[in-house]
Structure formats: C-alpha cells, structure tokens
Write a protein that binds this ligand. Structure first.
Ligand code: NDP
Length: 262
C-alpha cells in the first residue's frame, strides 16, 4: 500500500534510538525526507547513517533540546529553510522518571512537566505554519498508557502524560482550522534504550530476556512480552499518512494488552 508519504518531509524528535529511529526507518522506506534533533547530535547522525537507502541529502539533523523554545524555533526554521516544507511532526523525544511521589524532588516534577508539555508544544508551535501550508499536515505525539492508567512507581510521569493527552485533544481542535491533524500513540512497555539502561542499573542475575519477561508478567501484559520499537513506528507512520485524513484527536494503544480501561 502506498501511504502517500514519498517526497514529504517529516520531523521526528529524538531519532537516535528506540522508537524515533524505528519511525525514521519506516519513513525512509516510504521515500520521505527526514528532519531530526536530539541533544547528542553525533549519536543521532551515527544512528541515521545505519539506515540503508537513506541518502544524506534526504536528512537534516541538529543538536537541540526540545525543552528550549528558542533552540527549537531556530532548528525548525533552519529545517524549513533546507527542505522548504514540513508535512509531519512526531513529538517523540523524552524519557520517564521512575519514582514514587514522596521520593521526587520539586525540580524533578518541574522538569518532567517541562519535558512532556514544552517538549511537545515548542515543536508543534514552531512547525505550525509549515504544517498549515502542507496538504497533509499531521502531528503524532508519542505518549503512554500511563496517561490513562497511572502507576505509583511512575507518579509524576503519569501525571505529566495525562496532561499531555489532554493537551493533545486541545491541539487537535485548535490545529484543525489549519487542516492539521493531531493524534497520539499510547505506549505500554517497549524494548528500547530506556529499558536496556534500567536493566544495566538493576543488578539482576537474570539475562535481559528473562528480566523483561518477569516485568511483563508482573505488569499483566496480555501478550506476555515487551513491544518492539517497529510495532510502535507502524502506527505512527499510519497516523502521519494522508490516508488517515479523517482521524484527529485520536489515541492508539500500543501496549500488548496492558491497559485495564475500556
Ligand atoms: P530512547 O531513550 O531510546 O530514545 C530517546 C530519544 O529522545 C533519544 O534520541 C534522545 O537523544 C532523545 N531525547 C531525550 N530527551 C531529549 C530532549 N530533551 N531534547 C531532545 N531530544 C531528547 O527512548 P524510547 O524510544 O523508549 O522513547 C521514545 C519516547 O517514547 C519517549 O518520549 C518515551 O518517554 C516514550 N515512551 C517510551 C516507553 C518505553 O517503554 N520505551 C513507554 C512509554 C513512553 P539525546 O539523549 O541525545 O537527547
């Protein structure tokens, strides 16, 4: 199936590993041009250079912290200057904070809301005009099932994700007047750098597969395993596609059956 993304330009924040990188792999196959930023630009360039068939003239990268509004505006402005357009935005950059509320410092709470809210809004706001000029403007916010199903061990992250889900609905309404669609993917536990880092810090005697299977069982994941980055990327790319032209304000669960809500 032709997803209608060939020749379009898509900005994916945080594509140096995990879900962002898997999304760029799909987009590269579809013939899209790629714009991406991360704080460590060298690691980003190295990661994107592993994608077979993605020539450097189809890629624009830079170092940029998505919580820094001025830096995001400069980066997005430069990207629009380079390709002349942005048709899609994937707000993916981020991480989560594994901590219970009493163990979380005030600065960590502020940082978490900063990352989830401004790390998304800074990017969408900077790209808004370019998206409005596209015939297929679309935003996908990478969020989590925690936004609807909070966990005590991820207390502040859950609250910040709920705020982002709420805001995504508002954005979908606001940007509809520009012809831009805004949707979310809500993730469960996905095997990426985040979980590999937690495994390394865990001091477990288990290997990674056994360790992650134990967590999957503990969390009650119906499919009994973590998800793979490409299983998320598929949905992101589908939501970006102009074939999804009547879908906005929606969220797709990608959690292997971990959600308990209807
Ligand atoms: P990874 O750690 O594999 O990748 C994160 C990417 O984001 C990296 O490219 C990183 O690069 C970049 N990044 C992080 N912070 C910033 C920042 N402030 N500004 C710019 N870039 C940044 O993570 P995942 O692929 O697992 O996660 C992708 C998204 O999915 C995140 O928002 C995460 O919170 C969310 N998510 C993931 C889940 C999972 O189980 N994996 C579950 C639920 C949500 P650099 O460090 O160089 O900046």
């Amino acid at each position: 199936m032709d997803l209608g993304l060939a020749g379009r330009t898509v900005l994916v924040t945080g594509a140096s590993s995990g879900i962002g990188l898997a999304t760029v792999r799909y987009l590269a196959d579809e013939g899209a041009n790629i714009v991406s930023c991360a704080r460590d630009a060298d690691r980003l360039v190295d990661a994107l250079s592993t994608i077979v068939g993605l020539d450097s003239d189809r890629v624009f990268t830079g170092s940029c912290d998505v919580t820094d509004r001025a830096a995001v505006e400069t980066f997005v402005g430069d990207a629009v200057g380079h390709f002349g357009r942005i048709d899609g935005v994937v707000c993916n950059a981020g991480r989560s904070l594994m901590a219970r509320l009493p163990d979380t410092a005030d600065d960590q709470i502020r940082e978490e809301f900063d990352l989830k809210i401004f790390g998304t809004w800074n990017v969408v706001r900077a790209a808004r005009e370019a998206l409005a000029a596209s015939t297929a403007g679309a935003v996908v916010n990478v969020n989590a099932i925690l936004s609807r199903q909070p966990e005590e061990r991820l207390a502040v992250t859950s609250a910040a994700r709920a705020a982002l889900l709420n805001l995504t609905h508002t954005m979908a309404g606001e940007l509809a007047q520009d012809g831009t669609r805004v949707n979310s993917v809500l993730l469960g536990l996905i095997d990426t750098g985040q979980w590999r880092r937690r495994f390394e810090d865990s001091e477990t005697d288990l290997d990674y597969d056994a360790w992650s299977a134990e967590i999957a069982a503990d969390r009650g994941i119906a499919l009994g395993r973590f998800g793979r980055a490409e299983e998320v990327a598929f949905h992101i790319v589908t939501l970006l596609s102009p074939l999804s032209s009547y879908t906005t304000g929606a969220s797709i669960d990608v959690g292997g059956g971990v959600s308990r809500y209807l």
